[in-house]
Design a protein around this ligand. Structure first.
Ligand SMILES: Nc1ncnc2c1ncn2[C@@H]1O[C@H](COP(=O)(O)OP(=O)(O)O)[C@@H](O)[C@H]1O
Ligand SMILES: [Mg+2]
Length: 257
């Protein structure tokens, strides 16, 4: 088995903190000396903008890699941290590769030549449950699902978990649901506590004990092309993600033993 951990961050909803989690965990892991690759699988390119800002476009795109089997573009951001930028045309991928054989495992094949260069590869998924997310489930060794607290928080979660089970029982038996993380938590709001209680009751230890609090500083960081840890290391956002990173790597170590 490979020593590279490929973590897929996915959710059935937008705006729950997938990209923020990918960027922040990537930053924390790379700062702790782990060779880390972040892969932006969302045509909205938010993760790409966070780290590459308006830097010049790559000569080849992730879209071309998916469609034509070309090498994936990799940019170095800083020591131990590389990024595969997304491209706007990724949004059209579903239709373009719809009839291809083994279309679920394209990403796994693209990552194969580079995976041993990294300790962690983090996949930032789009919010739709389309072919890109299925590719991420197929390439990943573990799955992290961020959930923010609204009245419909858990709606759609069952479908997402079902889809991961289908991938696990078929094409990728290595896929493990590492945990559900509560994000954008308002400590003083009754709704958030109700949603948290409900999730913990339903999913028990699968829900990380760390909650990521709603934190205004998190929103500012990408504007200056930084993740929250680099932008405001003492902010609640940076502190919470630090705790999540410890809990997450602890779980991975437990599983590996
Ligand atoms: N804990 C948080 N507190 C406040 N704002 C947050 C938090 N997490 C994410 N955000 C903000 O919410 C928006 C959506 O987050 P993002 O990570 O892009 O979600 P997703 O990738 O799931 O669509 C962004 O503007 C982001 O800065
Ligand atoms: Mg996103």
């Amino acid at each position: 088995m490979s020593s590279t951990e490929i973590i897929c961050i996915a959710s059935h909803k937008g705006g729950v903190g997938k990209t923020t989690s990918a960027a922040t965990l990537g930053s924390l892991l790379s700062s702790s000396g782990k060779r880390t690759l972040l892969v932006d699988l969302d045509a909205q390119r938010n993760l790409t903008s966070t780290f590459l800002g308006a830097r010049k476009k790559p000569q080849r795109t992730l879209y071309e890699a998916f469609c034509e089997g070309k090498d994936i573009p990799i940019f170095n951001v800083r020591e131990n941290l590389d990024v595969v930028p997304s491209s706007l045309d990724l949004g059209a991928l579903d239709t373009v590769i719809a009839s291809r054989i083994q279309r679920e495992s394209i990403l796994a094949r693209l990552l194969k030549p580079v995976r041993e260069m990294y300790d962690y590869i983090i996949l930032d998924c789009p919010s739709q449950m389309g072919i890109i997310t299925v590719n991420a489930f197929t390439a990943a060794s573990s799955l992290v699902v961020p959930i923010s607290c609204d009245a419909y928080a858990a709606e759609g979660l069952i479908q997402l978990l079902d889809m991961s089970e289908i991938v696990k029982s078929g094409i990728n038996p290595d896929l493990m649901l590492l945990g559900i993380v509560i994000t954008r938590f308002h400590t003083r709001r009754t709704l958030d506590q109700m949603v948290e209680n409900d999730l913990r009751e339903r999913y028990g230890n699968l829900v990380f004990s760390t909650r990521i609090r709603e934190n205004a500083t998190i929103v500012q960081a990408p504007i200056v092309s930084l993740d929250i840890v680099s932008y405001a290391p003492k902010s609640n956002g940076a502190v919470d993600y630090g705790a999540l990173c410890n809990e997450l790597t602890g779980r991975l170590n437990d599983v590996g033993e």
